[in-house]
Structure formats: C-alpha cells, structure tokens
Unconditional design. Sequence first.
Lengths: 358, 236
Amino acid sequence: MPQAGFLQDWLRRATAVDWFLLALRIVVLAVVGTGFVAGLLHPRYGREEWFSFLAFGLTIGAIYALIALGYTMVYGILRMVNFAHGDVFMFGAYAACFSLIACNRAGILNAYPVISFTIAVIVCIAVSAGIAILGERIAYRPFRRGRSLAPLISTLGLSFVLEYSARGMFGAQNKSFPTMPGIDGIVAFAGFSVPRVQLVVVAAAVLTMIVLTLIVMRTRIGTAMRAVAEDKDAATLMGINVDRVIVFTFALGGALAGIAGLLYGLVFKQISFFMGFFLGVKGFGAAVLGGIGNIPGAMLGGYALGLVESLGPAAFLEGLGVTAPYQLRDAIAYTMLVMVLIFRPRGLLGERLSTARA
Amino acid sequence: MSALAADDLHVAYGNIRALRGVSLSVAEGTICAVVGANGAGKTTTLNAICGLRTLTQGRITLDGRDVTTIPPHDLVPLGLVQVPEGRRVFSRLTVRENLSMGAFRRRSPRGELAEDLDRVLGLFPRLRERMTQLAGTLSGGEQQMLAMGRALMSKPRTLLMDEPSMGLAPRFVDQVFETIVAINKLGVTILLVEQNAYMALEIAQMAYVLQSGEIVLAGPGPELIDSEAVRTAYLG
C-alpha cells in the first residue's frame, strides 16, 4: 500500500470539515498528552489514591454497563433507541429504596440483611421489567410498522411521563437510600483500602452480566433473541413469535436497569426523580462507545466510560493546572465519546453496519 | 385432498397489484413448481401463503383447514414452513443454533429432537463437520443445505422453497434438486418456486406458470417443458 499515494489522495479530497476534524484530533491529543506528562512530572497522588480512583471507576462503570445493556439489546433488535430506559432505571432505584425501607420497618433489614437484599433485588427487577414491558406496549409497538421516527418521539414522551409521575409520587427532593448493614465500612488488603459497597456493587454487576450472557448465549429464548436481531422475517418463518421475543428483550433490559438502580442507590445513598436522565444519557453513551447493538460492547463501553471519568481528571486535568478537575468529568467522558466516534464510528466492538445488516 | 390450496390470492404493494387472483393447489406428497420470470410474483405468492404479506382478497387452506388469518409464526406448528429466498440463515448463530431455531416450536422430548437432528445431518453430512461454526462462514451451497435442514427440523408436512438454486455453483444446483426429491420421498409435500425452470419442471408432478401476478398455464411439469407457451412466455 503506497502511503504517499494515500496522503496525496487525502490532501486532494480533504474538505474544510476534514481539516477541522484533523485539527480537533491533534488538539485533543495534545491537551491529553501534555496534561498526562505534566501530571507525571508533578505527581500529586500516591498509589492508594490511584487505586481508589480505579475502584470507583469500576463501580460506576458497572452501573453504566448494566444500563447500556438495555439500550444495546433493544437497539440490536429494533434499530431504535428507547429514550425511556433511563427512567426505567430510576424506577428500579425507587422500588429498591421502598422495599428496603419496608424491610427496615418490618425489622428484618438489620436482622436478616441478605433476605432484605434479595427482596429488594426481586422487587426492583419486577418493577423495572414491568415498566419496560409497559413502555414497549404503549410507546413502541403501535409504531413498529413502517420506518418512521415516531418511536423516538414516543419514548421521549414516555420518559417525561415517567419522570414527572415519579416526581408527583415520590416528591421533587432527593430521597435518601436506606443504609444496608454489612456493606458499610472499608475493606483493606495489601496496603490498599476500598469501600466495601464498591466491592459488593462490582461483584453483583459481574454476576448479573454472567447470568445475562448465559441467558443470551445458552437458552432457547436467548438464541431466538439473537435470531430475531439478525432477521425478523426468517425468525418468523421458523415459527418464532417476534413480538414475544421483543417483549422479553425489553423485560430483560428493564431487569438489568432495575439492578443498576439498586446498586446506584447503595453507592450514592440518595436518589431523585431526575437521575434517570443523566444516567440514561451515560448508559446510552456507553452503549454507543462499545458499539451499539453489541452486548460485550455495552459492557466494555460502560467500564471504559466509568474508568475514563474517574481516572481522567487526575490523570491529565490536574497536570494542566485545572482548579476543579472533578467538575469536568462529564466533559471528559463526552469528549472521549466524540473522539471514539470520530476515529471509529462503529464503536469499540461494533461491526460495520454493512456487514451487520447483510 | 390437497395439502395446500391457495384460492384467488390478491396482494398489492401500494398501487401495484403484485398478485391478481392466483389460485393453486398442491396434492399431498407431491412436488409442485411455480415458475415465471423475475417480478412475476413468485416470492410474493409464497410469502402470501406464509402470511408475511397481507392479502387484499383470497383464501389459503392447509390440510383442509382455513389458515388465511393465522399469524405466520403459528403456521409452523401446523406443518407449513418456508425455506426463504437467499437462504436467510442466521449468520451470527452457529450451525447447531440455526438448526435448533428450526425446532423452536416443537415440544418434543430431547431424545426425539436428537434423532431428528441426526436424520437431517444424514441428509446433509457436510453440516455435521461444521456444527460449531458460525453460519455466516459457510459457503453458499452449505448455507442452502443449512436453510433446508433448519426448515426440516420443524418436521414440516408441507415445505415451501423459494429459489433454492439461486446463486449456487452448478454442482451445488444438481445437489439441491437431488435433495429436494429426497425430502419429497420422505413424505414431505413441496411447493417450489424457481427461476431455473427446466430443473424445477422436470421434478414437478404439477406446475404453474406465473406471469405478471397471474397464473397463465398449469399442468404436469415435464409436459410444460415442451409447451410452446412456456418457451415464449418465459424460457425465451
């Protein structure tokens, strides 16, 4: 491959937009590079701090990944984004919160924390999966025939309906999440320490993702999901009821969002009716980052986004002398998202659309 | 009694009338062929029978039962399955998973399914070596075998086949037609749609010539090969 020929070709064809994108890449890489080097020259954090950034990144990344999976599975089958998914997550968090409060009132929260936790998991899965199924029914299915943007608008509308019903029912102020006994405190080993709740969240998320992978790769309905994602008509001809598979997909994504809601509450200790929007956008970003429609991609994208957000400010913003680097973590997260999409529009693990739709 | 009968099918795509009163009948245990030029409505006919296309008018009977309004996925348990045009195997599923999707609606015990799988693999020995491979990595001929095997896993009584020889190398085309005859010998009624008219007509006890959404000629396959109408209308 003649490199020079490629360069000449590029120079001849490059438009203003191409030049702008080139400049953008150089500037971003330069900023990140300088910040990184400057940070290395004047190290501000010790190993322990770095470790705790890493641990937090994995924790928040796990939550992003669980949310991203719902977006990516629905997209994989319907080629449409479910904008109400973030609010399914929010309802999961409230469901978990209220079931833990109820356990506390019944006096079993402190006596039997494992049972209470199990109850909270079941309730938040049931509520979130139920809302996801309801959303499919009222905001998706009526518009599935014909290629239009109607489902985008209807799920956006559903998102507002869910948010403001939550606000009406649970109040506009933040709600504090009950403290689970046994997951507070710090675990220390080999000179590092990490909040126990982060270990619980990471373990729970990994377990959930293993179960999901087993469902998708090993069960009859999971195989049918993959078949429907690839070719709905061929799946119908095999006797698969596509509508039912779609409902199952929504329920599965909703269940994951519900678990994410519970884990979010455990980590951040307070929830609000509006949090579905922010976490929904993050989860969607993680799904796009990993390659939307791709299940391992959503997991990877979630962790990548969480880690960049958590490590990024310390890694290069501090070095640049930014005064409040942690306020900029969202800016870093989305800059990275944009950069990945410029360099690699299909996302980290996404297939080229042409092969995906062949 | 005919295994499958279509009576006066009308299908329209917007203002274009794709089928204008197609009637055909497939006798049980036979091979029936529908031939015709590109765009004559062959695929539309099959899809209308399967319920993938909405009828504006017409009636479909399967084993004497009216199935016109039954949703497409519920026709499979009734014994009607289609091998679609262009094979349409699930390329990102393994060969084994593809075959298991054929048996999706069956509630048979594991042992019976395993026996059927063995029987299907007996028809298509090449698939046996490739069970764990992704279907997308198979050659065109192998994908056609997989598509047929997948359909057979549903234990159909009537099999619809849309252009099974399309895009295949000549040696695979012969093999596909041999397999169709072999499947028929197992007692499966076959409705075959083909552009490869000579080969289809040779093996068809009954055949129909479709032109612009209408049946223009019907008769035993081998007789139609020699008919003047087929030559002028289609074979050229």
